[in-house]
Design a protein around this ligand. Structure first.
Ligand SMILES: *Cc1c(COP(=O)(O)O)cnc(C)c1O
Length: 420
C-alpha cells in the first residue's frame, strides 16, 4: 500500500495468499482500498469510499479511450453503467465474505439478481429444478419468463434429496435452485448433499441465501456455484434501499457479469453507499435479531393457541439438525401456526398490533407481521396446517414490548375464534 495512513485494507492476505481473518473482522475491513479513499499524492485518507456519481467518464485522449474500451472493464472507470468505486467496494466486500468466490455483481433488487443469475445459466431446452418452498416471485419468473423462453421448471421437495435422481430419468438437468430455509415455512435443505449430487451430475447450483446471509452461511464453501442475496433485507438493514447481489465461483462469475452487462443491470452509487454502511453493522444487528427472535419463538411455543413455531433453531423443528450442522446462526424471520381460527381471527391478531408493522419485505431494524398462505405457492408438496399462519420479522425493539403486544394479539385471536 505504500506510504500513507495506517489503513486496514480489503483483502488482508498475508504472503501465503490465504485470508484467515474472522468474518466480523472482514465486515469491518472489506471493500476498503486506499485508491478509493485518498487523494493521489496526498497523505491521509477517509475511512469509507465516498459516493462516486457518474455517467460519462472523461479520457485524456483518443488512444486512452480506445485502450479503455479494449481492456477488461471490470472495476475500471469506463462508463457509469459499469459502476464506480462506490459499487465496487460493496461488491468486493460481499465477495470477501464468501470464501471461494471470484466476484459479485449488484442489481437493483433481489428479484433482478435472481432473474439475471437464471438467465446466465439457462438456455432454451434446458430443465431447471426449483425448490418448492421458493420465494413466490422466483416461481413467477420461472413460469412467466423461463417457460415461454423454452426452459422447463420442475419443482422439487426441499427435504427429499433421494428424489432428485428421479428427475434425471426424464433427461439432463441444467441447474438446481435452492433456498434454505424456505420462504414462509423455513424448511432446511441438506445443501452439502444437494451440491454433491449436482456436481456428480454436472448440474449448476444457485442458492437464495437471503435469510442467513454469508455471515451465518457462506454458501460457496458448502458447494454452491452462485449465491444470491436480496441485499434489500439484512445487508441494507434499514428498510430504505432495494438491492440484490450474485456472488459466484470463478467458473460462473464471468458469465454472470456478462449477462448483467447485456441486461444493463446496475445499482445507483447512493444505494451502494447505504448498503455498504449497513454491511458494517451486519454482525451486531444479526446477533440481536437472532437473540430476540429466539426469545419470542420460545415464548410462542408455550402459548396454548399456537400450534407450531417454524424456526430452524428450535430443537423440535424438522430442519433443526441440518441447520445446527451447517449454519453458524439464525436470524429474525420465522413463522407460527395458530390453533384453529380463520382469516378474521388472524386479522384480529395482526390488525391490533402496536409494535409490529404490517407489510412485505423484512430485514430492517423494525418488527413486522404478515399473514401467510403457503398452500398457494406449492405444487410438489402439500401444505397442511392446524390453522392460519403468521410470519414475523423480529426487529431491534425490546422483546418485552413485543411479547406483550403478541400476548394481547393472541387474546384478540381467541375472542374471534371462540365466538365464530
Ligand atoms: C425479499 C426477497 C427476495 C427479493 O428481494 P427484493 O429486493 O425485494 O426484490 C428474494 N428472496 C427472498 C428470500 C426474499 O425474502
Amino acid at each position: 500500500m505504500g506510504p500513507g495512513p495506517r489503513h486496514p485494507e480489503s483483502d488482508g492476505r498475508g504472503m501465503s495468499g490465504s485470508d484467515d481473518r474472522k468474518p466480523l473482522t472482514k465486515l469491518a475491513q472489506a471493500g476498503r482500498k486506499t485508491e478509493w479513499t485518498g487523494m493521489p499524492g496526498q497523505p491521509g485518507g477517509i475511512v469509507s469510499p465516498p459516493v462516486w456519481r457518474a455517467s460519462t467518464i472523461l479520457y485524456d485522449d483518443v488512444a486512452h479511450l480506445r485502450k479503455a474500451a479494449g481492456s477488461s472493464t471490470h472495476e475500471r472507470l469506463f462508463y457509469g453503467r459499469k459502476g464506480t468505486p462506490t459499487a465496487w467496494s460493496l461488491a468486493d466486500a460481499l465477495t470477501e465474505m464468501e470464501p471461494g468466490a471470484e466476484g459479485t455483481m449488484l442489481f437493483p433488487s433481489g428479484v433482478a439478481a435472481i432473474a439475471c443469475a437464471l438467465m446466465a445459466v439457462l438456455r432454451p431446452g434446458d430443465r431447471l429444478l426449483m425448490v418448492d418452498s421458493a420465494y413466490d416471485p422466483t416461481r413467477n419468473f420461472c413460469e412467466q419468463m423461463l417457460r415461454p423462453y423454452g426452459v422447463d421448471t420442475i419443482y422439487y421437495d426441499p427435504t427429499d434429496v433421494a428424489a432428485l435422481d428421479t428427475h434425471l430419468a426424464a433427461g439432463p438437468i441444467r441447474a438446481i435452485f435452492l433456498e434454505s430455509p424456505g420462504s414462509l415455512t423455513f424448511e432446511v435443505q441438506d445443501i452439502p448433499a444437494i451440491t454433491a449430487w449436482a456436481r456428480a451430475n454436472e448440474v449448476v447450483t444457485l442458492a437464495d441465501n437471503t435469510w442467513a446471509t454469508p455471515l451465518y452461511f457462506p454458501a460457496l464453501s458448502h458447494g454452491v456455484d452462485i449465491s444470491i442475496l436480496a441485499c434489500t433485507k439484512y445487508i441494507v438493514g434499514h428498510s430504505d434501499v432495494m438491492m440484490g447481489s450474485t456472488t459466484a465461483t470463478p467458473e460462473w462469475f464471468g458469465k454472470i457479469r456478462q449477462t448483467a452487462y447485456l441486461f444493463g443491470q446496475m445499482t445507483s452509487p447512493d444505494d451502494a453507499w447505504l448498503a455498504s454502511r449497513g454491511l458494517r453493522t451486519l454482525g451486531v444487528r444479526l446477533k440481536q435479531h437472532q437473540d430476540s427472535a429466539l426469545a419470542i419463538a420460545h415464548w410462542l411455543q408455550d402459548q396454548p393457541d399456537v400450534a407450531r413455531v417454524l424456526h430452524p433453531a428450535l430443537p423440535d423443528c424438522p430442519g433443526h439438525a441440518l441447520w445446527q450442522r451447517d449454519f453458524s446462526g439464525s436470524t429474525g424471520l420465522f413463522s407460527f401456526i395458530l390453533k384453529g381460527g380463520d382469516e378474521a381471527a388472524r386479522a384480529a391478531l395482526i390488525d391490533g398490533l402496536a409494535h409490529f408493522g404490517i407489510g412485505y419485505s423484512w430485514g430492517g431494524f423494525e418488527s413486522l407481521a404478515l399473514p401467510i398462505d403457503p398452500a398457494r405457492y406449492r405444487s410438489a408438496t402439500r401444505w397442511e396446517a392446524e390453522g392460519p399462519a403468521v410470519r414475523l420479522h423480529i426487529g431491534l425493539e425490546d422483546t418485552a414490548d413485543l411479547i406483550a403486544d403478541l400476548d394481547a394479539g393472541l387474546a384478540r385471536f381467541r375472542a374471534v375464534r371462540d365466538t365464530a
